[in-house]
Design a protein around this ligand. Structure first.
Ligand code: ZN
Length: 246
């Protein structure tokens, strides 16, 4: 099976369209989204519609939860809060209902785990080997037959590997063959708001038989998204950071 693994779309329509166009040329069997379909950018309804239309399989992220009032917004920074209130106000009822029905994690085809933040808590961030170590130990206890977990939430590409007692972060290259032993935690980066220092959208192609991971980076029309942020009256910092890839 060939999977496209995407995450953190954040209602950025130009980034989502460019990513789905690239995915179309990759001949995948399934598209999996690791949550945060909405929040931050000005096209939550068009992005949800496109997700429905493309048949992607998604879980909910913390921004989706907050826009649905499933969690309080106090834990978000002031700019994210402002965007979430805007999103909650503009998101159509049918799109809220679609988001509400998404699970908070998934085991896909008995092959891999899909989570937003971490296997033990959808709102926790994995930023370091310490966070990865805790996730690996949770996976061993709770998902003993699963060796791969895809996670999002940090908006940064990452690949951690683990044997019984050590964790390694792989930082070089764009293609990896996953070994047949050990566990793997893999972050595709973000479609809608890259924080890798490189402007554009990121996602992963995962080939399950070859156990191959390919990180892909897609340029898109950032100026149009920035113009729409301004027109919607959303915080300008959200537009500016797209040019910086942070
Ligand atoms: Zn996010």
């Amino acid at each position: 099976m060939r999977y496209a693994i995407i995450s953190d779309i954040h209602a950025n329509l130009e980034a989502l369209c460019a990513t789905l166009k690239d995915i179309k040329n990759q001949h995948v069997d399934k598209i999996i989204c690791l949550g945060d379909v909405v929040g931050y950018y000005p096209d939550p309804n068009k992005c949800v519609s496109l997700c429905k239309k493309s048949g992607l399989i998604s879980i909910r992220g913390n921004h989706d939860d907050a826009a649905l009032e499933l969690c309080p917004i106090d834990n978000f920074n002031p700019i994210a809060q402002e965007a979430l209130l805007w999103t909650a106000e503009h998101l159509k009822k049918e799109n809220k209902e679609w988001l509400q029905l998404l699970p908070d994690h998934l085991v896909v085809d008995d092959d891999f785990l899909a989570v937003h933040g971490s296997p033990w808590d959808p709102y926790a961030y994995i930023f370091s080997s310490a966070g990865a170590l805790r996730s690996f130990s949770y996976m061993r206890t709770n998902y003993p037959t699963i060796s791969i977990c895809f996670f999002g939430h940090t908006h940064q590409k990452a690949l951690y590997t683990s044997d019984e007692n050590s964790v390694e972060e792989v930082t070089q290259g764009t293609e990896y063959i996953l070994g047949n032993s050990g566990l793997f935690l893999i972050n595709p980066g973000s479609v809608g708001q890259s924080r890798d220092g490189i402007p554009g959208a990121s996602y992963i192609i995962y080939h399950s038989e070859k156990r191959k991971i390919e990180f892909r980076h897609i340029p898109y029309d950032i100026e149009t998204t920035q113009r729409k942020v301004r027109a919607a009256g959303l915080p300008m910092m959200l537009a500016e950071r797209l040019s910086l890839g942070y």
